[in-house]
Design a protein. Structure first.
Length: 338
């Protein structure tokens, strides 16, 4: 376009050079900027048309699931209009869908730079940063999203996760409690808060939240495990066993539920069932010294001492590899007492 514009301008100058300076030539001189403006308008219209075409193509590619091609198109569009936050947010979405979280964070950072008061952009940036394990930056972005949209539960849930990743359990508890002031029946918030309260020893509060979560989604295996831990801590072993079995019915490979069930079975002295449970655990996690140790206890409880010795010896060896002195000593004592 620049070449055409220059050629036209030079042509007009040649005409002017051969015309006497009269009123008519003054009018001719006055036409130069008008012609120039028309060319600029044509260039601008062409630019906008190309941009619209790219954005439409990008949306179509996203709808078709061709995210790699969509990312290329959005990058082209961003080169045409580097001040359009929506283009960068679209690119961020596509990159995040492709699990290119560093690229997604970079795109969302540009969107946030252009529209800092957009809560959705701040949240998307926080999510991408969390995926890159930049938890400190993610925390800041989630806080900005929460300030911009305080009635949206999502930033508080995100904050809960990244604070837990930073071992800030108290901060995470606070965020999940805040989330529940927005939506008291939120399944995820109740389930996670309940599990955190179990670790804090606040069993009645934990039980209330876990029951709420399970009313919303009875197939939440993790909530069943946490509820079982509440019952177990309160000495209600039958209810604990039932809760752990509910979790295992949902996810037969959930080692945490199997381990907890085995502990209850040992407490109830149902050794045959405990043997079955610990053998299942060792199928899923073969080098777990604690599982071998507890299997030894269950076998010993059934007077199957030869098998118990083998289990305790394996536990002792694995505890030694892990440099677990307490486990070594306990295994040694069991072997001496057989």
């Amino acid at each position: 376009m620049t070449v055409q514009k220059t050629s036209l301008f030079q042509g007009i100058l040649l005409v002017i050079a051969t015309v006497p300076i009269t009123l008519g030539s003054s009018i001719a001189l006055g036409e130069i900027p008008q012609q120039d403006n028309r060319i600029e308008q044509l260039a601008q219209n062409s630019h906008q048309g190309r941009l619209r075409e790219l954005l439409e193509r990008g949306r179509n590619l996203v709808n078709a699931g061709d995210y790699e091609a969509a990312a290329q198109v959005y990058r082209q569009a961003s080169n045409l209009d580097s001040d359009n936050a929506r283009i960068f947010s679209g690119l961020g979405y596509v990159e995040a869908t492709l699990e290119n979280y560093e690229a997604a964070a970079e795109a969302y950072e540009k969107a946030v730079e252009l529209e800092p008061d957009n809560a959705d952009f701040q949240f998307a940036l926080a999510h991408s940063l969390a995926k890159t394990e930049d938890y400190s930056a993610a925390t800041n972005a989630y806080h900005r999203a929460a300030r911009l949209d305080p009635e949206n539960i999502k930033p508080y849930l995100g904050l809960g996760v990244v604070l837990l990743r930073q071992d800030d359990r108290a901060g995470a508890l606070s965020m999940y409690e805040k989330a529940l002031t927005i939506d008291p029946n939120h399944e995820e918030a109740n389930a996670i808060l309940g599990s955190l309260l179990v670790k804090e020893g606040e069993y009645e509060k934990a039980k209330s939240h876990l029951e709420t979560a399970l009313e919303k989604n009875p197939r939440e295996a993790g909530a069943w495990v946490s509820l079982g831990q509440v019952y177990q801590a309160q000495g209600e072993l039958t209810d604990a066993q039932s809760a752990y079995q509910s979790a295992i019915r949902i996810d037969s490979q959930l080692v945490e539920a199997l381990v907890s069930l085995g502990e209850v079975q040992l407490q109830k002295e149902t050794y045959t069932r405990a043997i079955t449970t610990y053998r299942r655990i060792l199928e899923l996690a073969p080098d777990t010294p604690g599982a071998y140790y507890n299997l030894g206890l269950a076998l010993k409880g059934r007077n199957r001492n030869t098998e118990a010795r083998e289990a305790f010896e394996t536990a002792h060896d694995l505890f030694t590899e892990d440099q677990n002195a307490d486990g070594q000593e306990r295994s040694k004592m069991q072997l001496e007492n057989l």
